[in-house]
Structure formats: C-alpha cells, structure tokens
Design a protein around this ligand. Structure first.
Ligand SMILES: [Ca+2]
Length: 377
C-alpha cells in the first residue's frame, strides 16, 4: 500500500502518457500503413510465385530442365507461403497493439448507446452486471458550481485554487456507491482487494485497471460507462453546497457520513452504511479514494464548461479522502494525485454513465434554476 500524494510534486506536463485518443489515432494510421504494406507484400509474393511457377513449367518442358524447374517451383511455393505468413503476422500485431492501447487509455466509448436520449431520463438507473449483481445509479442534473476551495478554508492545499465557476452542461448517472468487490468480480472475474468483503469497495486497483473495467462494463451493458471527470466528481460530491464537506463545515460530523481515520479501524467498510449526501451519493467522503478520469493539472483562473483536465500528464486525480485520512483530506475540494499504474489498498472508484444529447429534465419546484440537483433517494 502506498500513501496518497495530496500535494503537487512537480508533474511535468507532457512528460509521460500521451493522450489516449492521439495514441489510438497514431496506431490506427500505423496499422493502416502496415496493412497496405502487407497487402503489397502479399501481392508481390503472389506475383513472384506465379512467375517462378511459369518459368518452372517452361523449364520442365525443355529437355534436361526438369530438375531446375522443380527447384523453381518449390521456390515459388515458399515465397508465396512466406508472404502469406508475413501478412498474417502484421494483422495480428496491429490488432494486439490497438487492443492494448484501447484497454488503458480511452475512457469514452461513444459507440455505445447513451443511457437515455430524451428529456424524460429516469431519476435512477440500474445496470445489470450478471449473476444477480446490479449497480444502482442516480441522475445528476446539469448546473453550475464553484470548483475548488476558498483561501479561508481550513486545511486547504494551494492546488485547490483558484476557485472558479464550472458549468456541467450535460446530465449523467453516477453510481450511488463506490464499486464493490462483487461488482468488480462480476465484470473482471477477479478480486484484487486486500480487505475482502463482497459489498466492501474494491481496492488495490490502478487507473489502468479501472479503464479496463469501464470498457468491459460498457460492452456488457451497451451503455457509455466511464469514470467521472474531476469536475463532475466534485459537483456531485458538493450537491449544491460550498462548505468544506457536503454536510457543512464541521468536521465533528464526519463520522455520520464517512469512514475515516477516526472511525474506520484501518479497514474498508461495506458501502452505503453511512448517511448519503443531499443527492443520494454514499461514501463520497472517506472509505476509499476514488479515481477520476482527468490527468492532474492546474486549475483555470476563469469560468469553464465541462472541463476534462489536461490533454496529457503524469498523474491521474483521486478524490474524497479515505479510511486512513484525516478530515482535512476528506474535504470536497481536496485533490490526490498518483500515476495511473499505481495500485493501493486505499484506491477505489465509482463510475458514471453518460446521458448524451438530452436536455435536463424539469427541475423540482424548489430549484433556483441555476444550480443543478439530483432527484433524491
Ligand atoms: Ca469514497
């Protein structure tokens, strides 16, 4: 297990990890070139074999040429067979490379149908993971919020600022809990967690592992399952609050909402046992830190819409604090960062499902029309 990094340690932009789409595009081009070369090679090999065969037949037809003709015929067969093998090898290598990149780098699977395409998106969504295992999600409505923390917030880390306005323009479904071990095992066929328990959050998973989970769950459910962006995560965690925690500023209430260092007994706990936030989300503070989609980077100084984070980087972001952290680290604005290959007993995740192309459902009467809110549990 490693200790979460909560203070920027000097990531150098672009030093590692090219953006997934760029890598995928590059490989696709490489695959295309390799395919054309393979076809040319196969074609040339076939032509060479044909010529050798014709020459061989002519040799065989001449007096005394049978022996040389047979040699040429065999050479033609070998050339043809080798070019076929090369062509097959090129295809296999290109296919494996593309699958390998898609496995870890691209979290948005737009080929799958959105969860809903009309204004009447239901307030809840249940994904069927098979084997009687389901995943409950709630609709998070679009809206605006102030991302980050003010200078005055106790325990604030400098990279939580500047506070800036963020617009979340599209609704999405978010898992009401962290992904559990039985949910992870239903999709991945294994459970890497150190603290075992079917309904405990899965941990000891890297960002790369999580990307694979999202891909497989997308394929199984035909929904666009992905990690939340850092902005989506904080927006959902805050649930229309600007306080240090989703329940206010008083850390003495943390135990009602979270498993943290003061009450966890230094182990994970089954998800959903503490109080949810106002939008029906459990364990946003504490239990396990949750991977977000973004590369870590500095915040913008002005208002932004649907921020996705930097195009490349060294570290991915985790949010929410965990069972081993103090209240200061469990705050809504706190950012943790670690390389995407890092696994830890305090690292888990929850997923979201895109609701593409759908305007927000009518807001409840009490809504002020400015800040989004979810349908409550
Ligand atoms: Ca959590």
């Amino acid at each position: 297990m490693t200790t979460a990094s909560v203070v920027p340690t000097g990531p150098s932009p672009g030093a590692a990890g090219a953006p997934g789409k760029a890598k995928t595009s590059g490989l696709a081009v490489a695959s295309l070139v390799a395919g054309i070369l393979g076809l040319c090679t196969a074609g040339l090999g076939g032509i060479a074999g044909l010529i050798l065969g014709i020459v061989a037949l002519k040799k065989i037809g001449r007096s005394g040429g049978a022996l040389r003709g047979r040699g040429l015929a065999i050479a033609g067969l070998i050339v043809s067979a080798c070019t076929v093998l090369v062509w097959m090898l090129v295809g296999v290598v290109a296919g494996v490379k593309i699958l390998d990149v898609r496995r870890g780098a691209d979290l948005v699977y737009t080929e799958f149908a959105p969860a809903a395409s009309t204004a009447a998106a239901p307030a809840e969504l249940a994904l069927n993971l098979g084997g009687g295992v389901t995943m409950k999600m709630v609709l998070i409505r679009p809206g605006k919020f102030m991302m980050g923390s003010p200078d005055s917030e106790k325990g604030r880390v400098v990279h939580e600022g500047p506070q800036h306005e963020v617009t979340i323009s599209k609704p999405f479904y978010m898992g009401v809990t962290e992904v559990t071990q039985e949910q992870y095992e239903a999709i991945m066929g294994k459970n890497p967690s150190g603290w075992k328990g079917a309904t405990n959050p899965v941990e000891n998973v890297s960002w790369d592992d999580v990307a694979q989970f999202c891909k497989k769950l997308s394929e199984k459910t035909r929904q666009a399952v992905r990690l939340p962006t850092e902005a989506e995560w904080e927006y959902a965690c805050r649930a229309d609050t600007q306080t240090a925690f989703s329940f206010g500023d008083d850390p003495s209430a943390l135990g009602d909402y979270a498993w943290w260092d003061g009450n966890s007994g230094k182990t994970t706990h089954p998800v959903g046992q503490k109080k949810p936030n106002a939008w029906g989300l459990y364990d946003m503070h504490g239990n396990v830190c949750e991977w977000c989609a973004d590369w870590y980077g500095d915040y913008p100084s002005g208002a932004v819409k649907d921020p996705q984070g930097p195009a490349s980087g060294t570290y991915r972001v985790l949010r929410g604090g965990c069972l081993l952290t103090t209240p200061g680290v469990d705050r809504s604005a706190l950012r943790v960062l670690d390389p995407p290959s890092e696994r830890s007993g305090i690292y888990g995740f929850r997923v979201v499902v895109s609701v593409a192309g759908s305007p927000a459902p009518p807001a409840p009467a009490a809504d002020d029309g400015d800040v989004g809110r979810a349908v409550g549990p």
